[in-house]
Design a protein around this ligand. Structure first.
Ligand code: HEC
Ligand code: HEC
Length: 346
C-alpha cells in the first residue's frame, strides 16, 4: 500500500518537486527520498492520473475509442482482490483484479468509480498439488485479461465497446490484442447481477471499504460451508442467459428426449415432463415410478431438477433414472438452459 500513500501525498502537494530539491541538500535524507520517489513512480507513472486530468483517456484509448492494454501493467496499479473459481475438484481459475491507486482512494471517499477509473481482471489457469496446508492451487499461465474504463461522459456513442458508463475490453494473453467486439453480448449479460453497483462486483474488493459491501449477496457463505452454494449457481446463470430457453430446448433434445416426452399424457421410458416444475416427485398419475421416486418428498423446483440431472444418483437415491442416465449433464450452463426450457413446458 506504499504506492497508495505516495499517491495521496502527491495529489495533496502539487509543489513536491521543489520541496524535494530543498531536502536534497540534506545528505541523511537522501535514501528516504529515493525510496519515496520510487514509490511515487510506481504509483503514478503513465496511467496514474486523477479523474480531473484532461488526458485520463489518452494513454490507452484512441480518439475513436479503441482500447489498448496498458503497456506498463501491473506497474501503476494496485491489487484490489481476487476470485477463486471452483472446478469439479479444485480451483480451476484465479482472477486477480487491479485498479489505479487514485481509483481506490476515490471509491473509498465517494463509494463510486469516478470518470477515467480503470479495472483490470487477470484470469489465470491454475496448477495444484497436495501441500502442508491441504490441496493448494496457484496461478499458472494467464488465460486472458478483461478491462473496464469508467466513462461518465458517453464519449464514444457509436463504438460497440462503450456503453452503460464504461469502456469494455478483453485481451489475448499472447498478443495483448483487444479481442472483444461488442460489450453487450461479450460482457454485459454476465454482469447483470451487479447492474445496481455500476456493473462491478465491488463486494469482493475489501480495499474499497464499507460502501462496496452494500451489494454483497445475501446468500454468501464461507468456503467451508460451500455445499449450500451449488444449488444456486445454476439459478444465477439461468437468470442472465437470455437465450437459455432455445439452447435448453436443443440440450433437452440431445440429453432427455429419448426417455421423456414434454406433452401432457405423453409416454416414454421416463414420465412426461410437461408442467414438471413445481410438481412433487413421483406424482404423475399413470406412470409406474420406482418406490424411491414415489416415496420421495422432493418438489421439482428449478434447483432440484438441476441437482437431479447433474448427479442422477444423489438427490433421490435408488431412483431408476440413476442407472439409465448415470453421467447426467455436467455443464452448469446447459443444466440451467434445460431447466429454463422446462419452465416453459406447461
Ligand atoms: C461468463 C460471464 C462473464 C463474462 C462473459 C464477462 N464477465 Fe466480467 N466478470 C464476471 C464475474 C462473475 C466477475 C466477478 C467474479 C469472477 O471474476 O469470477 C467479473 C469481473 C470482472 C471484472 C473485475 C471487476 C468487477 O466487475 O468485479 C472486470 C474488469 C470484468 N469482469 C470485465 C469484463 C469485460 C470487459 C467483459 C467482456 C469483454 C467481461 N467481463 C465478460 C462475469 C463475466
Ligand atoms: C435413459 C432414460 C432417461 C434419460 C436420458 C433421462 N431420464 Fe429422467 N427419468 C427417467 C426415468 C426412468 C425416470 C423415473 C425414475 C423413477 O421412477 O425412479 C425419470 C425421472 C425424471 C424426473 C422426475 C419426474 C417426476 O415425475 O418425478 C425428472 C425431473 C427427470 N427425469 C428429468 C430428466 C431430464 C431433465 C433429463 C435430461 C437432462 C432426463 N431426465 C434424462 C429416465 C431418463
Amino acid at each position: 500500500m506504499g504506492a497508495l500513500n505516495a499517491n495521496r501525498v502527491a495529489r495533496g502537494d502539487n509543489d513536491w518537486t521543489s520541496n524535494m530539491s530543498n531536502l536534497h541538500s540534506q545528505n541523511g535524507r537522501r535514501i528516504a527520498i529515493a525510496v519515496g520517489l520510487l514509490l511515487f513512480t510506481a504509483g503514478c507513472k503513465g496511467t496514474d492520473r486523477g479523474p480531473t486530468d484532461v488526458d485520463a483517456y489518452s494513454s490507452f484509448v484512441s480518439d475513436t475509442g479503441d482500447i489498448k492494454f496498458p503497456s506498463n501493467f501491473p506497474t501503476g496499479f494496485v491489487f484490489i482482490g481476487s476470485w477463486a473459481v471452483s472446478g469439479t475438484a479444485g480451483v480451476s481459475e484465479i482472477h486477480a483484479v487491479y485498479a489505479r491507486p487514485t481509483d481506490v482512494s476515490n471509491y473509498q471517499e465517494t463509494g463510486k468509480f469516478l470518470d477515467g477509473a480503470v479495472l483490470v481482471k487477470e484470469v489465470s489457469n491454475t496448477l495444484g498439488s497436495p501441500h502442508t496446508t491441504g490441496n493448494a492451487f496457484w496461478a499458472n499461465d494467464t488465460k486472458t485479461w478483461f478491462m473496464m474504463i469508467k466513462d461518465s461522459k458517453q464519449r464514444f456513442p457509436s463504438n460497440p465497446l462503450w456503453g452503460d458508463g464504461w469502456g469494455w475490453a478483453e485481451f489475448n494473453p499472447a498478443t495483448k490484442k483487444q479481442i472483444s467486439t461488442n460489450y453487450k453480448t461479450d460482457c454485459q449479460t454476465c454482469h447483470i447481477p451487479v447492474s445496481q453497483s455500476d456493473w462491478v462486483y465491488a463486494y469482493a474488493y475489501p480495499i474499497l471499504g464499507p460502501k462496496a459491501q452494500a451489494i454483497r449477496p445475501k446468500n454468501a457463505v464461507t468456503g467451508h460451508q460451500a455445499e449450500a452454494m451449488l444449488e444456486h449457481s445454476a439459478e444465477v446463470i439461468a437468470k442472465v442467459a437470455g437465450n437459455g430457453v432455445d439452447s435448453g430446448k436443443a440440450a433437452f433434445g440431445k440429453n432427455c428426449a429419448a426417455c421423456h416426452s414434454v406433452t401432457v399424457g405423453g409416454t416414454g421410458i421416463g414420465p412426461s415432463l410437461a408442467a414438471v416444475v413445481g410438481r412433487k416427485a413421483g406424482a404423475l398419475p399413470g406412470y409406474e415410478y420406482s418406490p424411491a421416486m414415489s416415496k420421495s418428498k422432493v418438489i421439482w423446483t428449478p434447483e432440484n431438477i438441476s441437482k437431479h440431472i447433474e448427479k442422477p444418483k444423489e438427490l433421490i437415491p435408488g431412483n431408476r433414472m440413476a442407472n439409465l442416465f448415470p453421467r447426467g449433464v455436467q455443464d452448469a450452463k446447459q443444466r440451467a438452459d434445460i431447466v429454463a426450457y422446462l419452465e416453459t413446458v406447461k
